[in-house]
Write a protein that binds this ligand. Structure first.
Ligand code: PBG
Length: 330
């Protein structure tokens, strides 16, 4: 007779909490924030209920709320007006650009908030690509030079960690060297190391109007730089390269459908791991909850906790504010 009974440790909430392996906390969250030009402006994003594009002043106000709830890091994305877009993405390193002014405004108001600007050209590109186009192709090394200028301009504005999400080869090293040369030795790099070409980015691209354009003689998707979702060993190859090039934090993206990759990378490296619970994952959960098919609050806490179980140290999620309120009220 074997007397082991697994249910003994599940008899009450006190017992369950005693043996709990992973705890979700507000300090695990990074909130992605969409910013637009103007003053006192706020626009709802239809496919992401509860998420808004805001002018800088209202963004700062929202950051104060986030910080007071215990969310101490934000990831910034700009809605760039069409007349500022071109193939080089040069608006991306305008010292007085929307991103740079947003970073300064948040840093002034909340010096303790960790500011992580997105480093990628797609919101600034007339083609909607993360790279500069030369001869109908994404030009890797020319793009890296642009990304390095962009990252340095973010550092000058006060960024704590730059977050390249473009998937060009060698950009972590190019960015690291540029930061060092300009004296930004303490500005970190969170590298989107294993970022897949995914259909789950749809709502994000409509929020920023940044989807690859359809009517030109250029690649229609991002499959020549983002990873093929059939692969997993390749993710380790991407991760090891970025670690070697000097990344401080490694990102896996998307999140929920890619937890196997998070677990695999966790086994392989000791650097902090970030995971991105992307726009399409958020939209799916919200759509089901709005139909009454899922319990919104429980589904949010469960899915975010699963990231911790898989081995992530931090979670980029549009549900950060909502989840922080839920955790604070527990
Ligand atoms: C682009 C970028 C994307 C996201 C973050 N940065 C979209 C893309 O690669 O096309 C997606 C985030 C989300 O879907 O929530 N550099």
């Amino acid at each position: 007779m074997i007397y082991s009974r697994n249910r003994r440790l599940r008899v009450s909430e006190s017992m369950r909490s005693l043996v709990r392996e992973n705890i979700l906390s507000t300090s695990d969250f990074v909130m992605p924030v969409f910013v637009m030009e103007g003053e006192n402006k706020e626009e709802a994003i239809a496919s992401m209920p509860g998420i808004f594009r805001r002018s800088i002043d209202l963004t700062v106000k929202e950051c104060r709320t986030l910080f007071s709830l215990g969310v101490k890091a934000v990831n910034l994305y700009m809605k760039v007006s069409e007349d500022l877009k071109d193939n080089t993405g040069k608006e991306a390193w305008n010292k007085n650009g929307l991103m740079q002014n947003t970073i300064k405004a948040i840093k002034d108001a909340l010096p303790e908030m960790i500011i992580m600007p997105d480093v990628a050209l797609d919101p600034y590109s007339i083609y909607g690509h993360d790279g500069i186009i030369e001869n109908g192709k994404i030009a890797n090394d020319a793009t890296n030079d642009a990304l390095a200028r962009m990252a340095v301009s973010h550092a000058e504005a006060g960024a704590d960690i730059v977050a390249p999400s473009d998937m060009m080869d060698g950009r972590v090293l190019t960015i690291r060297e540029a930061l060092e040369e300009n004296g930004f030795t303490d500005v970190g790099i969170l590298s989107y190391a294993a970022k897949y070409a995914s259909s789950f980015y749809g709502p994000f691209r409509s929020a920023l109007d940044s989807a690859p354009k359809d009517n030109m003689d250029i690649p229609k998707d991002k499959k020549t730089y983002q990873m093929d979702f059939h692969n997993s060993r390749e993710a380790l190859n991407e991760v090891f390269k970025d670690v070697e090039e000097g990344a401080d934090i490694i990102m896996i993206k998307p999140g929920l459908p890619y937890l196997d990759i998070v677990a695999k990378v966790r086994e392989a490296i000791d650097l902090p791991i970030a995971v991105y619970n992307v726009s399409g994952e958020y939209a799916m959960l919200k759509a089901a909850a709005q139909n009454g098919w899922l319990d919104n609050d429980k589904a949010i806490i469960e899915s975010l906790t699963c990231f911790k179980r898989a081995g992530a140290d931090m979670i980029f999620t549009y549900a950060a504010k909502e989840a922080a309120i839920l955790l604070n009220n527990q």
